[in-house]
Design a protein around this ligand. Structure first.
Ligand code: ADP
Length: 967
């Protein structure tokens, strides 16, 4: 057929076909109408689309007859059509086969040309003009016009019909598609809902069940009918989870999403762990329902929950600051699993007297008597108890428990660690009853095991903390080393004692404290014991950082791990330096006491000897006296008795002084006096003493400090005299040959008085003890020297009292020097002339007269007169020599007889000079008889008197007596 379709029309046609309506089919209906129209109009009609097909097959009346002709002329028609009416909406008339007329009327569908109705095959009578044609239809023009009008109208109706049919078809088709989609969706969702592995429920706004799926029925053991319109919380929520469930439904009804793990129960009361998700369903922003799913938490998920709880419990055990926090924290963890029970922890108190109750609801612990708690039953049985109200009542009765309130359910697990029962952990429920399933109980048991280890660890930590604190505050030094001996810990006391800081000793070996005084053997023994794990105690003399030595008593022990292996060593040390000192002092005191006891005996023996000797002579000599004896003999005896009496007096004086000192009754006087006066007294007593002791063979020397004059001192005159005389007496006593010298030296305010002898001397090691009471170098019975051993001790005590000190220097068999130092100088004067340092003068009881006389015969005369009168004479041959002797031995000289006329330096000049440095020196001038001028001159220049030559014995002695008293 025709292939050259007008492309624009073809596009239209395709469009209609694309819509899924088979437009050709629409023509079937049209064909029927066309047939009727053809029949009524008595003209053949046909319908064509642009594929060139006549659609449907031309069967209209009359059409058959013309089909062949039309077909014959169709090419022409089509050409006409293509060129003229393809897009025309108007009809188009044309003639074919010479007289035959046709009209093509477009059929419109949705405003577009869809096909044509060709109304054809007629010949208009008037146009034949009498020609006779064998033709089918010959109609009048009028009739032809009328038919055309009708045909136009008909096609217009047809167009409408087809359009309507098309629209209908289209609509129907779309409806069909839509409902199919809906059906599909419904099936899909139904399937999804019904076959979901999760239990699903849809609730209305009041939480009533609208729909449940198969899984829901299966999980909760309800049929659909049983749950429809019921409140969800009434059917699947266990009593003790009601509160929680209400809060959940409230949340979702407020439009929130929910995702929790909890417990629900089946129709038959079986509790199951479920993961619940809830979602609100909105329509046009309005919540119309709630969609909730329940997933049965299978073993794996339950294990995960368990793991999480156990993990977080461990965490809590490590981090909870107190037991209360622990109980509350664990309670929170377990709440989704066990619902509304209240967790408690009842720990046995440290003294095991009562239970300490830590509960989830209260902020602090409470003490409970064992009889006040169901826990005591668990502690007794040492196993878990899971009791309901009636069981509790029953057991409480039997065990005489006085419970303040009976819980609906009570579950308690014993907390046991290493066989030590620590307490009970559990849950009690007073409100809605709880009834955990086996899995939950197992979990609770696991948690209680954890708590047991945790509590035990906490106890140990507390113990450790206490231990650590006591170590830190210990009054003993503590050192911990590793097993190689490196210091790992020292306490503050260690640092305080040794002077080392912690940083200085950590990592070091304790041998830094070794002083070297502890024998090696001790350390070896110590280590032998320690490596065997045995304790070791010892006293060490150690050294501090500042090199100071100190004593410590150390106790060492080994620290072992659980397997008995030594990991550390610990030393606890006590500084016993004071104790050692105390012991030493005690020992010394003991020795001293013994010594003093021994000394007392020796003293008593000495004293009795010392007293007996003079007493014997007193009694002996006085017994001897009788009237037959001559006066001389009696006088001699009396002298001996007197001497012994003096000795006795001295000893008794010493004893009294000593007793006074010992009893603290000695008082000190403060006298101000010139040193010269003091030594005058010393000199005279010394001479006296020498005589008494029959030691006249010994020289007595006096050596003053020539750098000073008029030394004024302030101290107790008598006591100082006692001391010096004691020393002097000892000097005499312990010296057989040579001399006893005394003197002084001045340094600043201090005076050093000394007594030096050339006697037996003192051994080095006795130098200290001789100052102790009753001590003598030789305290044997066979001793050579007498004495009581009190003198030095008295002297030392006196010096202590006067604020001074006494020292001795001595060399055996060479002599001793006792020195007394005292800060007592008030003032001094410098001598006008420097005196010679060698001023040791022999002290004698004879007054010494210096005779300055150049004439030897004159001197001899004077010497003879003086010596006979017990004067000691020193000769100076001239003025110069007189000055020199005065300078050297001025203190020895009592008076100078000065000849005025002498060679070189005469008497006048010498007098002037001597008076300069020795103003108090008594000088008597010898003047020539005839020379009165000499007399006056002598007195003028300072001579104390004069005597004229030739010297007359009596006059001289008289004059001397005026100035010197002879003993
Ligand atoms: P006493 O002389 O009565 O025994 P002292 O206390 O005065 O007691 O002296 C104690 C001891 O000191 C003497 O016994 C003597 O051994 C020793 N001693 C004291 N002075 C001297 C001295 N100048 N030379 C040697 N020994 C002395």
């Amino acid at each position: 057929m025709m292939n050259n379709i007008n492309p624009k029309v073809e596009k239209n046609l395709q469009k209609f076909n694309e819509n899924g309506v088979d437009v050709r089919k629409l023509l079937f209906g049209a064909v029927e109408m066309l047939r009727d129209f053809s029949y009524l109009s008595n003209c053949p009609c046909y319908l064509t689309d642009y594929t060139g097909n006549i659609t449907p097959k031309p069967s209209a009346i009359g059409l058959d007859g013309i089909t062949g002709r039309i077909n014959k002329g169709f090419d022409q028609i089509l050409e006409e059509f293509n060129s003229n009416c393809a897009e025309s909406r108007d009809y188009y008339e044309f003639t074919y086969l010479e007289y035959t007329k046709a009209v093509s009327i477009p059929i419109m569908l949705r405003g577009k040309v869809f096909g044509f109705v060709v109304y054809a095959g007629f010949v208009i009578k008037e146009e034949l003009k009498g020609k006779k044609l064998d033709l089918d239809r010959i109609v009048s023009k009028r009739r032809a016009d009328l038919n055309l009008q009708r045909a136009l109208k008909f096609v217009s109706i047809l167009s409408n019909q087809i359009t309507v049919a098309y629209e209908l078809n289209l609509q129907m088709k779309q409806n069909l598609e839509y409902s199919e989609e809906l059906r599909m969706q419904k099936v899909f969702f139904e399937n999804l809902f019904e076959n979901s592995p999760e239990a699903i429920v849809i609730l209305d706004n009041q939480d009533r069940v609208i729909r449940v799926n198969k899984e829901f029925e299966k999980l909760f053991e309800y049929s659909k009918e049983e749950v429809l319109s019921k409140l969800i919380n009434d059917i699947i929520v266990p009593e003790n989870f009601k509160e929680e469930a209400i809060s959940y439904t409230k949340q979702t009804s407020q439009g929130k999403f929910l995702d929790v793990t909890t417990i629900r129960q089946t129709k038959y009361g079986k509790q199951i762990h479920v993961q619940v998700t809830g979602k609100p369903i909105f329509l046009d922003n309005e919540k119309i329902a709630v969609y909730a799913t329940y997933r049965n938490i299978n073993e794996k998920v339950w294990n995960q929950i368990q793991e999480k709880i156990i993990y977080e419990t461990t965490d809590l055990l490590n981090s909870a600051p107190s037991q209360i926090d622990l109980v509350q924290g664990i309670g929170k963890l377990l709440r989704p699993v066990i619902g509304t029970g209240e967790m408690f922890l009842e720990l046995i108190s440290p003294m095991k007297k009562y239970l300490r109750l830590f509960s989830q609801s209260s902020g602090e612990y409470r003490n409970l008597a064992f009889s006040e708690s169901v826990s005591s039953l668990v502690l007794k049985e040492k196993k878990m108890l899971n009791l309901d109200e009636s069981q509790i009542k029953d057991l409480a009765g039997k065990n005489e428990l006085s419970l303040s309130e009976i819980p609906k359910r009570w579950i308690g697990f014993p907390l046991i660690d290493n066989d030590v029962v620590l307490g009970v952990y559990g849950i009690s429920s007073f409100g809605s009853p709880i009834n955990p399933d086996a899995d939950t109980l197992k979990l609770l048991e696991l948690v209680s095991l954890q708590i047991a280890t945790g509590v035990s660890r906490r106890n140990k930590e507390l113990e450790l903390k206490t231990l650590y604190r006591s170590m830190e505050q210990s009054p003993a030094s503590i050192v911990i080393t590793n097993r190689y001996g490196d210091i790992e810990y020292v306490n503050p006391k260690f640092c305080q004692v040794t002077g080392y800081t912690e940083e200085e000793v950590i990592g070091k070996n304790p041998r830094i404290l070794k002083s070297g005084f502890t024998p090696k053997k001790v350390y070896e023994q110590m280590w032998r014991n320690l490596v065997r794990g045995q304790e070791w105690n010892c006293e060490f003399l150690n050294v501090k950082k500042n090199k100071e030595l100190y004593w410590e008593r150390a106790s060492f022990s080994a620290i072992k791990d659980d397997f008995g292996k030594i990991t550390h060593y610990m030393a606890t040390k006590e500084d016993i330096t004071d104790r050692k000192q105390f012991e030493k002092d005690l020992m010394e005191a003991k020795i001293q006491a013994e010594e003093s006891d021994r000394m007392k005996s020796a003293f008593l023996a000495n004293v009795s000897h010392e007293l007996r000797t003079p007493l014997n002579s007193v009694i002996g000599f006085s017994n001897l006296c009788n009237n037959k004896m001559s006066v001389d003999e009696i006088l001699e005896f009396v002298q001996l008795i007197n001497k012994s009496g003096n000795q006795l007096h001295e000893i008794i004086e010493d004893i009294l002084k000593f007793t006074m000192i010992e009893s603290g009754g000695m008082e000190r006087r403060d006298d101000e006096f010139l040193l010269d006066n003091f030594f005058e007294e010393v000199k005279s007593q010394a001479i006296e003493k020498r005589k008494l002791e029959n030691k006249e063979r010994l020289e007595i020397k006096f050596v003053p400090d020539t750098n000073f004059n008029k030394v004024l001192i302030k101290t107790d005159f008598q006591r100082l005299l006692n001391v010096v005389m004691n020393l002097f007496k000892n000097g005499l006593k312990f010296t057989n040959e040579g001399y006893v010298e005394f003197g002084y030296k001045i340094s600043g305010k201090t005076i050093n008085l000394y007594v030096k002898d050339t006697g037996v001397g003192i051994e080095q090691d006795k130098k200290e003890i001789i100052f102790d009471r009753f001590r003598q170098v030789d305290d044997s019975i066979t001793r050579t020297f007498g004495g009581t051993g009190m003198g030095l001790s008295i002297s030392k005590k006196i010096m202590d009292m006067l604020g001074g000190r006494i020292e001795v220097e001595s060399e055996l068999n060479k002599g001793s020097t006792f020195s007394v130092f005292l800060d007592c100088i008030l003032s001094t004067e410098k001598p006008k002339h420097k005196m010679s340092d060698k001023t040791a003068t022999e002290i004698d009881d004879k007054p010494t007269i210096l005779v300055a006389e150049d004439e030897l015969s004159n001197f001899k005369l004077i010497e003879a007169i003086l010596k006979r009168s017990k004067y000691k004479v020193i000769h100076a041959e001239n003025g110069g020599e007189a000055i020199r002797i005065c300078k050297e031995r001025g203190s020895e000289i009592d008076l100078i007889l000065m000849d005025m006329r002498m060679p070189e330096i005469d008497g006048m000049e010498a007098t002037l000079e001597i008076k300069k440095f020795y103003p108090e020196m008594i000088i008597i001038a010898q003047t020539a008889y005839a020379m009165n001028g000499d007399k006056d001159r002598a007195l003028e220049i300072g001579c104390d008197d004069y005597i004229s030559k030739p010297i007359k014995k009596e006059l001289l002695l008289d004059k001397l007596k005026d100035f010197i008293k002879i003993a």
